[in-house]
Design a protein. Sequence first.
Length: 118
Amino acid sequence: MRSGWARIAVIAGSIVLLGAMAVTWVVADLETAGWIASVVGAVVGVGGLAFALLGGGGGSPSLGVRRTGNATATDGGRANTGIRAPGASPPTRAHVTHSGDARADGQGSDANSGIDLT
């Protein structure tokens, strides 16, 4: 998912382009508008392809959790108030803030209040 500013930029850019196309269709004849639409489509397509090939917008997945409650594990159980993502492929960005207490009681019990990617 894109960050807030990127989403706003994409939406604003789309609205501007749609408005410009509408003005072109009204002001210019349809043949000229069709040529302009073809050029704009080609430029946007090549730009999108270049962006994807150069690795723009990709990156590692991001995990986050905040303000979790408390958890207790007993008799070999697991307590987790943070992030547990055993299948996550490193390097995964993860952050935990204000997690609750995780408590393990008994043999084989496990508690995590942070990040566990194993």
